[in-house]
Write a protein that binds this ligand. Structure first.
Ligand code: SAM
Length: 275
């Protein structure tokens, strides 16, 4: 059967993929980092034994984090990505011509370095001239920013280790302060099968701060349960009322205008997490 990598979601369930070879396995200052070449999914980035991204299905997550808020905003110019050291979200952000500057703040410089080496189709955009890369704690960076960004995208690890603070109401309040008066933010908020309490709590926290708070989903085969959620907080703009002319073609594989709206249609058990 060969050697398999398994991400254990609970004591009784995990997702697994056959390993071709392990390309890197290091302990960084903040986490255990592996890059695994798999038979099915291409190169896979793993942090603390959790799948972060794979070459084959990465486009789903990266497009959905970026394009739903960026199309919702009428004219996004200055965008911040917290986490996201693999570069996939930045690559998608840069597809929007209105974007003049995209800043990436990841706490772990090794994630950026190993992604550039082993995931070039994902991380290549980090070298674009519109991009500024900072190795810093996203929580602190947000705390020091004021009315600067049109859109903030939180592409963090799960709420363990360095990412714990990124799932607190204090962080969302900081994001509101760091955004301009019509700003929008989106954070990845895990899956509703095993992390229902987390989604419920984050939604409640964000709703207390942002006038428009919405949850949307995407299907990502290499993330536990396959169903992934994203929580959006917006000061003014409603993602369900985007002007048709905003939807210019930018070269996506998952995101479409129809899917933009459809992603907000939630199964009942997921909708209940927002109530
Ligand atoms: N898409 C993945 C997922 O949903 O599982 C996550 C991508 S991974 C690149 C997330 C990144 O968040 C990691 O590179 C990690 O170093 C970074 N991160 C974790 N805590 C952070 C913090 N406090 N500030 C900035 N970046 C952080």
């Amino acid at each position: 059967m060969g050697i398999w990598f398994t991400e254990h979601q609970t004591a009784n369930f995990g997702i697994t993929a056959k390993i071709k070879q392990t390309l890197a396995a290091v302990k960084t200052e903040y986490q255990e980092l592996q890059v695994i070449e798999t038979e099915e999914w291409g190169n896979m980035l793993v942090l603390d034994d959790m799948v972060m991204t794979t070459e084959k299905d990465e486009f789903v997550y990266h497009e959905m984090v970026a394009h739903v808020p960026l199309y919702t905003h009428p004219n996004p110019k200055n965008v911040l990505v917290v986490g996201g050291g693999d570069g996939g979200v930045i690559r998608e952000v840069l597809k929007h011509q209105s974007v003049q500057k995209a800043t990436l703040v990841d706490i772990d410089g090794d994630v950026i370095a190993y992604s550039k080496k082993y995931l070039p189709t994902i991380a290549g955009a980090l070298d674009d001239e519109r991009v500024e890369v900072k190795v810093d704690d996203g929580f602190m960076y947000i705390a020091e920013s004021e009315r600067e960004f049109d859109v903030i995208l939180v592409d963090s690890t799960e709420p363990v280790g360095p990412a714990v603070n990124l799932f607190t109401q204090g962080f969302y309040a900081g994001i509101a302060k760091a955004l301009k008066d019509d700003g929008i933010f989106v954070a990845q908020t895990d899956n509703p099968w095993f992390k229902a309490d987390l989604i419920h709590q984050v939604f409640k926290d964000v709703k207390e701060i942002f006038p428009v708070t919405k949850l949307y989903t995407a299907n990502i085969p290499t993330y536990p349960s396959g169903m992934w959620t994203f929580t959006m907080g917006s000061k003014i703009h409603n993602p369900l009322k985007v002007k048709d002319e905003r939807f210019t073609e930018i070269g996506t594989k998952y995101y479409t205008p129809e899917l933009h709206y459809a992603s907000f249609a939630l199964p009942k058990f997921v909708k209940e997490l927002t109530e």
